[in-house]
Write a protein that binds this ligand. Structure first.
Ligand code: FAD
Length: 464
């Protein structure tokens, strides 16, 4: 072999090394695939680069294994058992976000505008949730709720609330006199009180776990640690690009909670809404002070604000909670005060609706921040319900983050918002009482799927 021959061989072996290096890299990093393909002479378009032909194909994929995604999947499989259905969930188990960080109340439907989705779904949801828990041996307690007014303005609002609740046909709702109020909650001091005996409590983490079991038993797949990253339509099917590879589906349901606006955009739907995250912080009551709260004690809410105000709640977790407040969170899953995400914060503050909302509600915002930072102010709110409470009774903290949709005019969406696009349904606003209403919302979405996806239903449901 001549020197020239050696040069050729060396050149060839260098080339082989480079090719094998690129190939190996491409096995690890999908983004490099197009470079290799170009080298090997295959022409690949930009859109094909990010997506592979998936090995798993589904009729329907639900994004998000929270209480809404799971109940939707469960209801769909009950009605269409032959559907090949999967849920993709970015976390390692179900119910880790809002569905696992809430007050655990089975609301009875008092607060909501008659005729709204919230009113109808919550009233029906209370009985279906209670029944579901009893049938599935999930610990549940119908402990009743007292809503109290401590001043004249509050009494006026309480009267309006009673009319609303009555219009919504809330079972057993009634004003109680001072004697009955003391019988229900001996430590409450108030001018007037409204009682909803059908309100209950449950640990929604138990509910989501049972929903997940039922989805699996009915043949559905749940892919955990699988976050949606991108989506595209290819020959009538949708390819969902996730952290676990690509999935092909005919239809998609977006139940991504705190990320539902981002997921909708990823799927090419521009809703004009943005999720603004509001953290709700809780204290626990000291064991020795739990006797101060028998069931659920709530203030009359401010009708201008979608949140119910800090309340005292017995829980099925084995303690009494006080809260939650409502503070703007700088990260969507920001459960601690110090949690911050620059990209998510920028997404909030670059939305015109955020500034319009802030201009309107800045006083409330500043007050909530103050209450979050100063236990004394938090305590003041609670003492309006139970004056015997002291700072020593409150300890520990917990929190949840609400996914509150806000429109471009800065309005906080009050009602549930579920919208359709071609081959997809998007749950864009599912705040409280979303957990209470989850079975009814699941049925409602299954009915939408009949129309939008052409699924054939064999069962009739209340909202068909
Ligand atoms: C503080 C607080 C108190 C509340 N109290 C009550 C109450 O007492 N009673 C009541 O009825 N309701 C209450 N609610 C409301 C209730 O918790 C919600 O309505 C309900 O949990 C919403 O469920 P969800 O499935 O829509 O959202 P989530 O539970 O947030 O689930 C969404 C899921 O989507 C996943 N996901 C997001 N993005 C992606 C992605 N890109 N890829 C894959 N997966 C993704 C998330 O990880 C998450 O698991 C409360 C809420 C809060 C925050």
């Amino acid at each position: 072999m001549t020197l020239d021959g050696f040069d050729v061989l060396a050149g060839l072996s260098d080339m082989a090394l480079i090719i094998s290096f690129i190939r190996r890299l491409s096995e690890h990093k999908k983004l490099l695939t197009p470079i290799c393909c170009d080298i090997f002479g295959r022409s690949i378009s930009e859109s094909e680069r990010k997506y592979e032909v998936p090995s798993i194909k589904y009729d329907l994929i639900v994004i998000g294994a929270g209480i809404i995604g799971l109940s939707t999947a469960m209801k769909l499989l009950e009605r269409f058992p032959n559907t090949k259905l999967a849920i993709i969930e970015k976390n390692e188990k179900e119910g880790t976000q809002q569905s696992g960080h809430n007050s655990g109340v089975i609301h009875s439907g008092i607060y909501y505008r008659p005729g709204s989705f919230k009113a109808d779904f919550c009233v029906a949801g209370r009985s279906s949730m209670t029944q579901f828990c009893l049938e599935n041996e999930i610990p549940v307690w119908t402990c009743g709720k007292l809503i109290v007014a401590s001043d004249d303005a509050g009494v006026d609002r309480l009267n309006t609330l009673e009319k609303r609740g009555t219009a919504n046909k809330v079972e057993g709702l009634r004003m109680v006199d001072q004697d009955e109020m003391k019988e229900i909650e001996p430590h409450v001091v108030a001018k007037k009180a409204l009682y909803a005996p059908g309100t209950g409590i449950v640990d929604y983490r138990n509910v989501t776990a049972v929903y997940a079991d039922k989805v699996r038993e009915a043949g559905g797949d749940i892919h955990f640690n699988t976050a949606l990253k991108g989506s595209k339509t290819l020959k009538g099917a949708t390819i969902l690009n996730t952290t676990s590879g690509d999935f092909e589906t005919t239809n998609t349901i977006n139940c991504a909670g705190l990320h539902s606006d981002v997921v909708a955009e990823t799927m090419g739907v521009h809703t004009g809404l943005r999720i603004i995250p509001f953290r709700g912080e809780y204290y626990k009551l000291r064991k020795e002070s739990e006797y101060l709260v028998k069931g659920l004690i709530y203030p009359v809410p401010d009708p201008a604000f979608p949140f119910l105000g800090v309340h005292l709640t017995q829980t099925m977790k084995g303690w009494v909670e006080a809260g939650p407040n409502a503070v703007l969170a700088t990260k969507r899953e920001g459960y601690r005060k110090r949690d911050f995400s620059m990209s998510e914060f920028l997404r909030t503050i670059t939305f015109p609706g955020f500034w319009k909302m802030s201009l309107r509600e800045w006083k409330m915002g500043v007050w909530e921040i103050n209450r979050s930072l100063r236990k004394g102010i938090f305590l003041d709110s609670l003492q309006k319900l139970v004056p015997e409470l002291t700072a020593n009774d409150l300890h520990g903290t917990g929190s949840g983050v609400r996914a509150q949709a806000v429109d471009r005019d800065g309005n906080l969406l009050d009602d549930f918002r579920i919208e359709e696009s071609r081959g997809a349904i998007h749950v864009l606003n599912a705040p409280s009482p979303g957990a209470t209403s989850s079975l009814v919302i699941g049925d409602y979405i299954a009915n939408m799927a009949v129309k939008n996806f052409g699924l054939q239903s064999s069962k009739k449901t209340p909202f068909s």
